[in-house]
Design a protein around this ligand. Structure first.
Ligand SMILES: Nc1ncnc2c1ncn2[C@@H]1O[C@H](COP(=O)(O)OP(=O)(O)OP(=O)(O)O)[C@@H](O)[C@H]1O
Ligand SMILES: [Mg+2]
Length: 278
């Protein structure tokens, strides 16, 4: 479906995550650093949003605030139209059922002392499947692994650190497949892997989005990739959103100098992307 058609529909979609004047300040005094500076955003159900910016622009800091892993210095985050309340451990746990993340570094995402079947079983349990018969659980884990081209039978007795970087990233997507969160936050999920696996991973994410209808927040340096996959794009510079809109608006008709500069670094941005050559 074209971006324009999707976005016309998306405007009618319910609110998923939004923010008003969201700010993060690290340090005090001379060390004070405003990593995210009064940003506003609206992400809708089923929307694929990219946040694009250079290194140090505040992307991961914003991601951590969205996930509730770090506090918000100023401003407010809304989940499904209501002020997000993660003030207690129980409320945080409940929120985390709705939002999942795939990080730059897959090694940081797993408890390395849990075997892979435990990693996947935890997902089934978290979604209320604790009492399902063992055969059913194995069937679900096998299906999740198949979705990401991993063989469950070969993984059962392994630990995450025994996998390659690319396999580990696919295991993260298998977790998302089982957890079916409302929101998936992917922070440069394809940075560690080769171009071919990268296209496969993106494809899997898009397929998951269509299947589950989840909102995907994709964080990247790569404005060409953002154009290719996104409904909407937010351009981040020094902690601020300098421009946002549909992928076509922002990238085919950029207004901010910073956006123009990012685009000029990508020679082929106006040509359609061909996944087979990525
Ligand atoms: N825990 C922290 N304590 C203090 N400062 C931090 C912390 N985390 C990030 N920063 C600072 O906040 C700013 C934004 O960092 P952030 O990691 O959000 O950037 P980024 O856009 O994700 O960069 P990259 O593309 O390199 O991942 C940087 O100046 C960074 O040094
Ligand atoms: Mg980052």
């Amino acid at each position: 479906m074209s971006n324009a058609i999707r976005c016309a529909e998306l405007k009618d979609c319910p609110l998923c995550l939004s923010g008003h004047m969201v700010t993060k300040v690290y340090g005090v005094g001379e060390k004070r650093n405003t990593a995210v500076d009064h940003v506003d955003f609206t992400f809708r159900e089923g929307e694929l949003v990219s946040i694009v910016g250079e290194s140090g622009s505040g992307k991961t800091t914003l991601a951590k605030m969205l996930l509730g892993l770090t506090g918000v210095t100023e401003g407010e985050i809304y989940f499904q139209g209501k002020k997000r309340d993660i003030s207690t451990q129980a409320k945080r746990r409940e929120y985390w059922k709705s939002i999942q993340a795939i990080f730059q570094d897959p090694f940081s995402s797993f408890n390395m002392f849990n075997k892979i079947d435990t990693v996947l079983l935890d997902c089934i349990n978290m979604r209320g499947g604790r009492k399902l018969p063992r055969e059913k659980k194995i069937e679900m884990m096998t299906e999740a692994c198949r979705f990401v081209n991993l063989e469950f039978a070969e993984l059962t007795n392994k630990y995450p650190f025994e996998l390659s970087g690319g396999q580990m990233q696919r295991l993260m997507i298998a977790r998302v497949f089982l957890l079916r969160p409302k929101i998936l936050l992917a922070d440069e999920p394809t940075s560690m892997i080769d171009a071919c696996s990268r296209a496969t991973i993106l494809d899997m994410l898009l397929q998951l989005r269509d299947e589950i209808g989840m909102t995907i927040i994709f964080i990247t340096h790569d404005i060409g990739l953002a154009y290719y996959i996104s409904d909407s794009v937010y351009i981040m510079e020094h902690g601020k959103f300098v421009e946002s809109g549909t992928a076509d608006e922002v990238i085919l008709n950029p207004k901010a100098e910073y956006t123009k500069r990012l685009i000029s670094d990508v020679p082929k941005i106006y040509e359609p992307w061909d996944l087979s050559t990525v």
